[in-house]
Design a protein around this ligand. Structure first.
Ligand SMILES: Cc1cc2nc3c(=O)[nH]c(=O)nc-3n(C[C@H](O)[C@H](O)[C@H](O)COP(=O)(O)OP(=O)(O)OC[C@H]3O[C@@H](n4cnc5c(N)ncnc54)[C@H](O)[C@@H]3O)c2cc1C
Length: 321
């Protein structure tokens, strides 16, 4: 008898349910889908292969829905809640876990049930350099399967057509009203976030900017170099999230974009593994750093030890000659 017989799954996008249901099935569980979206999406969720659907209707905020879900979890004692690896679903999982005192297993590359019936998750750490194994010790566990795991399950689910549709036809839906503001957070206004439309993954060449740049206006040097080699400009996390000189969409690495460009030029970048893992797919890596001991040189095919304020203008001049 495992402790993973009754698993709830939640996603923002109805098309993500089939993969989550497949993960739950691999655990030997019957999946119940938790849906916070509209009626239109509900039909797709019903057809995802889940045995039942809990529809949280009427609440605009995840925090409000989480209140209702945590209460339901207390009454119905599911073994686990699997949430899709999106910001809102991570928030849902975290809020429910906090209310239920549950273990949270984040970004699991694999999920299984051990011989004692506990949920077991593997997760990559140190930028993919090692794997950690975690065991859920609470009666109710919240787990976040990583995007790669869900993508492989989605492919498997797509290869087995029919099963999901059959289950959806008879799938029961229970609707629970969510009271807006019940979590104590009031929605005042909705405004579209301004996003930088850059697609670094599609760029053939990348110039990556690090904290070696002393001032925001100096980034003009990086843009000049990028123009000279036909590159997009990306950055390290501190440049985006610390100094906020660039949009979040532009930072590269384990928690940002993972790239496979022809040419990756790291300028004023120390080369910590969390950043460089985003460039391991690059064909040629060039580094400019004034510290000859900087880790970036270990991964570079060509390295220039020097001050970027001296080196970059000279590189641009040479390239434009
Ligand atoms: C859980 C976790 C996840 C993370 N995820 C990411 C991630 O996805 N992406 C990411 O980028 N980081 C990530 N980080 C942060 C990462 O560990 C590094 O701190 C970060 O990448 C360092 O950024 P940097 O190279 O710009 O700055 P620094 O490490 O400060 O390096 C600046 C470099 O510039 C050089 N320099 C200074 N002045 C000049 C000059 N005038 N000319 C030439 N060189 C100069 C210095 O010698 C130094 O090597 C993560 C960290 C953690 C803990």
């Amino acid at each position: 008898m495992t402790r993973c017989e009754n698993v709830w799954v939640a996603a923002e996008d109805a098309s993500d349910y089939a993969a989550l249901v497949a993960v739950a099935r691999d655990l030997g569980a019957c999946a119940t889908a938790v849906w916070m979206g509209d009626e239109q999406g509900l039909d797709a969720v019903r057809g995802s292969g889940a045995g039942a659907v809990i529809h949280l209707a009427g609440g605009a905020l995840v925090e409000d829905g989480a209140q209702v879900l945590a209460q339901l979890a207390a009454e119905r004692t599911p073994d686990a809640l699997l949430v899709a690896p999106t910001k809102r679903m991570r928030l849902l999982g975290a809020c429910v876990a906090a209310r239920r005192g549950a273990c949270v297993m984040s970004d699991a590359t694999s999920l299984s049930v051990d011989e004692e019936g506990a949920l077991r998750a593997e997760r990559m750490v140190y930028g993919g350099g090692a794997v950690t194994v975690e065991r859920g010790v609470s009666a109710f566990v919240v787990a976040v399967p990583c995007a790669a795991l869900l993508a492989s399950k989605a492919a498997e689910a797509a290869e087995a057509p029919g099963a999901a549709g059959d289950a959806g036809a008879s799938c029961a839906v229970e609707t629970f009203a969510v009271q807006p503001g019940s979590s104590g957070i009031r929605l005042v206004e909705r405004r579209a976030r301004e996003v930088d439309a850059v697609n670094l993954s599609a760029a053939r060449n990348i110039v990556s900017v690090g904290r070696g740049f002393a001032a925001e206006e100096d980034l003009a040097l990086a843009y000049e170099l990028a123009r000279a080699v036909g590159a997009e400009v990306g950055c390290t996390r501190p440049v985006a999230e610390g100094s906020k000189w660039m949009a979040r969409e532009r930072y590269i690495g384990v928690s940002g974009a993972m790239l496979t460009p022809n040419l990756f030029i790291a300028v004023g970048v120390s080369g910590q593994v969390q950043h460089m893992v985003g460039a391991t797919g690059a064909k040629v890596v060039v580094a400019v750093n004034k510290d000859k001991g900087a880790p970036v040189f270990k991964q570079a095919d060509f390295g220039i030890v020097g001050d970027l304020y001296d080196v970059v203008p000279r590189l641009v001049a040479e390239l434009e000659r």
